[in-house]
Design a protein around this ligand. Structure first.
Ligand code: FAD
Length: 406
């Protein structure tokens, strides 16, 4: 009996297996995962886990007994190497094949390589998997110098955790500000100041020319202007590229990621794609995009499981994301594609603040909150409703947000 095959045992794949059972799928489910461990959460790898504040067990998405109880077969340490669409079966790295009634591609993304000399030296690291996190943690000791190439979320989170472990950290960012692709100006400026105040060196507009060192290890990062940032380890965190090769080879449409609809279906009715590897519609913004977040992995797992079980697709969610750096909790909802203005509002409680991004017609496109959970929650509702709110009202902390969200 051909059942559901899930290729990729990460956050999206693990969630899809659970939702399939929850929504009533009774047939076989086989999860094929390249990593040797059951589905786990990646966010702590750069945060609590890296600082030694979380156990390996607490990373697991679900305990091992869940898979036995739910009759989900996990084939770990094995890869799907090909898809035979005509015969509805996948080819496995071990040589065998596995027939499917429905196939869910949950392949994730891999760190974007940095094409410079020296990128393959010892102690030049990336952070995607638990194994990567082990190697990074081993390289972070008090007084050791870490160069972080890329001022994105992972780079900044690792910088904060590395400081907590007593390491010396320099962040090297090519753009004129950190988080240039994913956050507004206010947040970038605030985080740069905060990191610097915590002793993190931040170099902006700095292009990496080469990574220096020898077989014994890395010794520094050389910038285009000739500056050398000395280091004992380097982390490359310049984004991720979707694992779409399998789908491409099988003739499925790919953009930046595997193209799917709001039920996570590819153009082949028997094949779905979810999570970091999927190029998905964003109905709120009238365009498609690839999202790299846990909420997106879960939402798309629901979409695929619902469709396979003959249920209506869930109502599309507002994209959202979080990040922890030092004592800061950042929460972002919505995407500010062409904002007309940014409005800063102090948090009702504590020292935090929120930035609301408004379109030209005053509708709320996105909110970014720093230690301001109530403002984040209210902002998320405003984004979902695409509500118009005059900037003067948003800016005025004396105007309760609860009334604005109706
Ligand atoms: P993954 O979790 O990457 O899983 C894909 C799996 O498929 C991997 O195990 C891979 O080995 C496997 N695979 C690939 N190819 C094959 C194949 N051919 N056959 C079999 N298996 C294969 N998101 C947030 O929302 N908030 C955060 O704070 C946050 N922090 C993060 C911190 C770090 C360090 C990282 C790396 C990510 C973070 N993210 C965060 C992003 C979030 O973890 C991802 O969006 C999420 O893991 C995506 O789930 P996924 O299942 O699509 O991909």
């Amino acid at each position: 009996e051909a059942g559901i095959v899930i290729a990729g045992g990460g956050h999206a794949g693990g969630s899809a297996a659970a939702f399939l059972r929850q929504y009533g799928w009774k047939g076989p489910i086989t999860l094929v995962g390249a990593e040797p461990i059951l589905p786990y959460q990646r966010p702590p790898l750069s945060k609590a886990w890296l600082k030694g504040e979380a156990t390996a067990e607490s990373l697991a998405l679900r305990p091992a007994r869940f898979y036995t109880q739910q009759n989900i077969t996990a084939r770990l340490g094995e890869r799907v190497t090909g898809i035979d669409r005509a015969a509805q079966r996948v080819i496995l790295s071990g040589g065998g094949t596995l027939g499917y009634h429905r196939l869910i591609l949950a392949l994730g993304a891999r760190p974007r390589p940095l094409p410079v000399p020296g990128a393959d030296l010892p102690d030049v690291l990336v952070l995607r998997s638990a194994a990567d996190a082990d190697a990074l943690q081993a390289a972070l000791k008090p007084g050791r110098r870490l160069a972080v190439i890329g001022g994105g979320y992972i780079g900044l989170e690792v910088a904060a955790s590395a400081r907590a472990l007593g390491a010396e950290v320099t962040v090297i960012e090519r753009e004129p500000r950190v988080l240039a692709r994913v956050a507004g100006q206010n947040i970038s400026a605030f985080l740069q100041d905060h990191h610097r105040a915590q002793g993190v060196g931040i170099l902006l507009g700095a292009a990496v020319e080469a990574i220096l060192g020898d077989a014994a290890g890395v010794s520094g990062v050389q910038l285009r202007d000739g500056t050398v940032v000395p280091c004992d380890a380097a982390l490359i965190g310049i984004g991720a590229v979707p694992e779409e090769g399998l789908a491409r080879d099988a003739g499925l449409a790919c953009g930046n990621g595997i193209t799917v609809d709001l039920a996570a279906r590819t153009e082949d009715p028997a094949i779905y794609a979810i999570g970091d590897c999927a190029f998905r519609p964003l109905p709120l913004y009238g365009r498609s995009m690839r999202l790299e977040s846990v909420p997106n992995a879960i939402e798309q797992a629901k979409q695929a499981a619902a469709d396979i079980c003959g249920r209506a697709p869930p109502i599309p969610e507002v994209p959202w994301f979080w990040s922890d750096q030092f004592a800061l909790r950042l929460q972002m909802a919505g995407l500010a594609f062409s904002p007309a203005q940014a409005v800063v509002r102090p948090a009702a409680e504590g020292e935090g603040f929120a930035v609301f991004h408004l379109a030209a017609d005053d509708s709320v496109l996105a909110v970014e909150a720093v230690n301001a959970p109530a403002e984040f929650m209210a902002g998320r509702l405003l984004v979902a409703k695409q509500q118009r709110v005059p900037a003067a009202l948003l800016r005025d902390a004396a105007q309760p947000l609860r009334e604005l969200t109706g």
